[in-house]
Write a protein that binds this ligand. Structure first.
Ligand SMILES: Nc1ncnc2c1ncn2[C@@H]1O[C@H](COP(=O)(O)OP(=O)(O)O)[C@@H](O)[C@H]1O
Ligand SMILES: [Mg+2]
Length: 319
């Protein structure tokens, strides 16, 4: 791998204004500390206000995106950085945009033959359409949000309207999904290669915000104890979902291994958590890649991807 980026002026972008700001600041600090520990001189920048001008003034040429949620993960910051010629880590703008919007990603997965929970997409003011054909229990979630914010499991009609109202607080589009009983798995992908499958064992109804960041009783098994065939099926589903979206560099697919032995794809995260408790770093560690190594690998892979994206006509066979 070419060491090109090592001479660049690097900023870790974190924070921002999404409802995942708090987690993003922790991810950003972790990445900053890791890169500093490896002797790289980087700056940590909060992605609010006039941060783009600040980057330009400081001649930043490569951004490590530790931003989660709206703006950072949905393709917006990627589009802005493309416009000002600053390279960045992770997936390109278009892939980020589709991956972050579950009302776009889930139909894409389903139509390509992946197993997904049955779903209905609701736009604001359409709550009356209800949950056509999807029986209780069901899951109501904002189409564009992360960290389990605004998600409810609804077991009877009585709670449906309130769950929709809660989800609509975070997104103009809402997904109503069949609730899938099974094991909660996640598959990290680094440079197009799958990392060991992680199982999350939450001591709550589901892997909600508390279980993700606050509950010390949440357990993780890395690698998950799965039959070889099951692990292969889960990993294949994760890779297919990642490829369909056009993701690059890294990602993490959330999958429920259903009681019917099928891998139900819930989503692909393009900027998964990078805190000490996060799942992609746990999976990388199980493969012998410690956190600072992971951050350096992400920079290596992203630099390479950025260069390839800038040479679209270098595809074999084209003149
Ligand atoms: N259809 C479903 N069936 C069962 N549990 C679900 C379903 N959808 C979401 N969940 C639960 O909610 C969590 C968050 O859902 P997910 O779709 O991954 O959204 P987020 O982007 O907020 O992480 C999942 O990890 C799982 O615990
Ligand atoms: Mg998730």
């Amino acid at each position: 791998m070419k060491p090109g980026w090592r001479n660049e002026n690097i900023a870790v972008l974190a924070g921002g204004l999404s409802c995942e700001r708090e987690i993003s600041l922790i991810s950003g600090k972790a990445v900053f500390d890791a890169l500093t520990s490896r002797g790289f001189k980087v700056r940590l920048v909060d992605a609010i206000g006039d941060f783009l001008n600040e980057l330009k003034k400081e001649n930043v040429s490569f951004a490590f995106l530790a931003l989660h949620g709206t703006f950072g993960e949905d393709g917006t910051v990627q589009t802005l950085l493309d416009a000002v010629g600053i390279r960045y880590t992770g997936s390109p703008a278009a892939a980020s945009h589709i991956a972050f919007d579950k009302s776009k990603a889930q139909p894409l997965f389903r139509d390509a033959g992946l197993t997904v929970p049955s779903f209905v997409i609701l736009k604001k003011a359409e709550e009356a359409r209800g949950h056509d054909g999807i029986s209780f229990p069901l899951v109501v979630k904002p189409a564009s949000a992360g960290s389990s914010v605004g998600i409810s499991i609804v077991s009877e009609q009585r709670g449906f309207e309130a769950a929709c109202a809660e989800a609509f607080r975070y997104s103009d589009t809402v997904l109503v999904e069949q609730h899938i009983r099974g094991r909660e798995l996640t598959v990290g992908i680094l440079g197009g290669e799958p990392l060991p499958v992680v199982e999350v064992i939450a001591k709550r109804d589901f892997y909600d915000y508390e279980a993700k960041y606050k509950d010390s009783k949440t357990r993780y098994e890395v690698p998950a104890t799965l039959e070889a065939d099951s692990a292969r099926a889960v990993t294949a589903a994760a890779l297919k979902a990642y490829g369909l979206l056009g993701c690059e560099v890294m990602g993490r697919a959330d999958i429920i291994w259903g009681a019917d032995q099928r891998p139900y794809v819930l989503e692909v995260n393009t900027i998964p958590g990078l805190t000490g408790k996060s799942l992609l770093p746990k999976a990388a560690k199980a493969q012998g890649i410690d956190f600072p190594d992971l951050c350096v690998r992400i920079l290596d892979l992203s630099w390479q991807s950025s260069l390839e994206r800038e040479r679209p006509f270098a595809v074999e066979g084209r003149t």
